[in-house]
Design a protein around this ligand. Structure first.
Ligand code: FAD
Ligand code: SF4
Length: 338
């Protein structure tokens, strides 16, 4: 059985106090919200910390305004998925929250934690003993990348289900730092690096997420994973479409699990804008959207197959957003399995 290492647990009462603690302790401390990602990683010794800074003071309410929704960072994924107004107005976001991991983890895992969740790699998300036997990599304890040995950077995969949807919905996060608060578009929250994957300061914490959408906006999130009951995404597509009849006025398409950050398919968005949605335009848009996705051999199933499936998840997500039918994961069966 893997055991947690010893650490001090700090319980600040406010976001500012938590940020001050983080500034003082630097890399010797980390924030913890639900702990659903952090605790297993601590057991596998993927982080060395002396202290955890608990975030149980974070707001747990969902506030709705006209065309806007403010979700406290402490709201659980289960609560976000179960919120009737989120389901109605920000369907894709509620759908994505409901597809994270498994029901017990969604009861504890938070909206803020999901936005900040660590990037993943088959060579890194392993026990200490496994990594030692295989040879450590640069994300933890080593100095090379085992997936792309000649690469100077880490290609660990952004695996948050809600982040792509939050970007597609023009999401903005409120950040609290030691010296004040600021807002940042979720699109600017990430950097394209498997190690330094967050663009915020390490001592800043996410306190809320604001989503906004025009009443004409329709959204959907489609996720591909091996086991529908628990696994991380190995490809996913978040789509937000603003339609006038069947004409696309505005369009956002953001891919999950194919890069070190949520990847916006800008060329596909441009292609679809101003066109009428039908089977042909959806298929062409999905082809264009899949081009920038370059999965490597560091996640579940073959990366060649995952690359081919990106087109499929985009196609399904666009079709679902257009018709607004509820649903969830792509089935790994039939023609898709190839
Ligand atoms: C078996 C398994 C399956 C999983 N499947 C999925 C999946 O399908 N999709 C998916 O997206 N995730 C998945 N996860 C990961 C995790 O459960 C979720 O991402 C969850 O939302 C993390 O939230 P949390 O509150 O538990 O974060 P924590 O584990 O507490 O923290 C995660 C990271 O975020 C930081 N952090 C947390 N809250 C904040 C904040 N407010 N501000 C700044 N930093 C913060 C922590 O320091 C830590 O680095 C899975 C985990 C497991 C163990
Ligand atoms: S992509 Fe390379 S450096 Fe990054 S975690 Fe995987 S093996 Fe390590």
């Amino acid at each position: 059985m893997l055991r947690l290492p010893r650490f001090r647990y700090l319980r600040p009462k406010t976001a500012r106090e938590a940020a001050h603690m983080a500034a003082e302790l630097g890399p010797r401390a980390m924030f913890v919200a639900g702990g659903t990602d952090l605790f297993p990683k601590l057991k596998r010794r993927q982080f060395d910390v002396e202290a955890l800074i608990g975030l149980d003071f974070l707001p747990r309410e969902i506030r709705h305004g006209s065309g806007v929704c403010v979700v406290g960072a402490g709201v659980t994924l289960a609560a976000a998925h179960g919120d009737a107004h989120l389901h109605d107005r920000f369907t894709g976001y509620a759908e994505a929250a409901g597809l994270v991991s498994s029901p017990p983890l969604r009861n504890v895992g938070t909206v803020g934690g999901n936005l900040c969740v660590d990037t993943r790699c088959n060579y890194y998300d392993m026990t200490y003993e496994w990594r030692k036997a295989a040879g450590f990599c640069m994300k933890k304890d080593g100095d090379i990348c085992l997936v792309a040995p000649s690469s100077p950077r880490c290609w660990a995969v952004s695996s948050s289900d809600t982040a792509p949807m939050a970007i597609a919905l023009d999401g903005v996060v409120s950040l609290a730092g030691p010296d004040g608060d600021r807002e940042l578009p979720v699109a600017a929250l990430y950097s394209d690096d498997g190690i330094d994957y967050m663009a915020k300061q390490a001592n800043e914490l996410v306190t809320s997420l604001t989503l906004s959408a025009d009443p004409k906006t329709r959204t959907a999130y489609v996720k591909l994973r091996r086991r529908g009951s628990i696994d991380f995404p190995i490809a996913g597509a978040a789509v937000a479409l603003q339609l006038d009849g069947d004409e696309v006025l505005h369009c956002r398409i953001v891919l999950s699990a194919v890069a070190s950050h949520p990847l916006e398919a800008t060329a596909a968005e441009e292609f679809l804008k101003g066109k009428r949605v039908n089977e042909d335009t959806i298929r062409e848009t999905a082809d264009i959207a899949a081009k920038p996705a370059k999965p490597l051999d560091n996640a579940d199933l073959s990366h060649f197959w995952r690359k081919r499936m990106v087109r499929v998840v985009v196609e399904q997500s666009l079709a679902r957003a257009t018709t607004r039918t509820a649903g969830s994961t792509v089935k790994l069966s039939g023609r898709n399995r190839e």
